[in-house]
Design a binder for this molecule. Structure first.
Ligand code: SF4
Ligand code: SF4
Length: 286
């Protein structure tokens, strides 16, 4: 059973995708980890398509953009923060943006995506802020697999690498998901499927996050980003992704309509209107 809010969220409810629009506000440029599939010249793969750049907005600019978009797109139901870095690694900007928009539109659904490193610190504040939809990217539950996927993890002023870094990250992701789900948030887990790195391990990830309270997983194809550590690996083909989704569907609901949107996407899924609303200021250089 879904909540009334979830019924209006085009990503969490497949039925809503043709009726309700979402907008991503790119207020979060920094990141606290380095995924080997990421090139920091591009948007965060948490919720975005590599190969496109985004403008970066301040919270006040984001609120102004929201008002412009809402005036043009009355079926806008969701405001999301999905990069271009990590929403929680830019907590002040993320919090302020949500607070400012709530003041002008208290009925808006707020959503954010994160790598989960800072969830133990900020999950209670997210619940207090009224963020009811959270996406966490969890590519593995085994730190040995994580050590192949993550380069560095910057946490509480220290830089961790290898299994040590990945242990901290995976622990925090899991604690955060459990907290959020236990406090009424709807949690979706994104998983980047990388052949021979984590593809064989993904059914275990799906079972674990189900146990923690996630409502859905979104298995996404790995797309090699130029300049990233994994740039030489082959892209994962959709046939393999769909087979894996089908085999995991008995365990947990699978998202099959994700468009891997940009961090500044606007409109119905699949009909991006970001260009109509982009300002020239603060472009992230490719
Ligand atoms: Fe890149 Fe996102 Fe990973 Fe950060 S969490 S390194 S922005 S893919
Ligand atoms: Fe929704 Fe996927 Fe786009 Fe995020 S990337 S807004 S989950 S369709």
């Amino acid at each position: 059973m879904t909540s009334v809010l979830t019924d209006k969220h085009p990503c969490f409810s497949a039925n809503a995708q043709h009726q309700y629009a979402r907008m991503h506000l790119p207020v979060a440029p920094r990141c606290n980890i380095s995924c080997n599939y990421c090139s920091r010249k591009f948007d965060c793969v948490n919720e975005s398509r590599p190969g496109v750049t985004s403008e970066v907005l301040s919270a006040v600019e984001a609120k102004e953009k929201f008002e412009r978009v809402k005036a043009e797109i009355p079926n806008l139901s969701v405001v999301g923060i999905a990069g271009p870095g990590d929403a929680l690694a830019n907590w002040d900007e993320t919090r302020e943006t949500i607070e400012l928009i709530k003041q002008v539109d208290p009925g808006m659904i707020f959503c954010l995506s994160t790598n989960g490193l800072l969830l133990p610190e900020y999950a209670p504040a997210l619940i207090k802020l009224g963020v009811k939809h959270v996406t966490v990217t969890v590519n593995c539950i085994d730190p040995a697999v994580g050590a192949q996927i993550y380069g560095t993890v910057n946490y509480q002023g220290k830089r961790y690498v290898g299994i040590e870094g990945s242990e901290i990250l995976l622990h925090n992701q899991q604690e955060g998901i459990m907290y959020l789900a236990g406090h009424g948030a709807t949690v979706k887990v994104n998983i980047v499927m990388i052949k021979l790195v984590n593809d064989w391990h993904i059914p275990d990830v799906v079972s674990k996050v189900k146990q923690l309270g996630a409502c859905m997983t979104n298995i996404m194809p790995f797309i090699p980003a130029p300049g990233s550590v994994f740039s030489g690996l082959p892209a994962t083909n959709m046939r393999d992704v769909n087979e894996l989704r089908a085999s995991c569907a008995g365990e947990l609901k699978q998202m099959t309509h994700c468009r891997q949107c940009r961090a500044d996407a606007i409109g119905l899924l699949g009909q991006d209107r970001a260009n109509e609303f982009r300002s020239c200021a603060s472009q992230v250089e490719p």
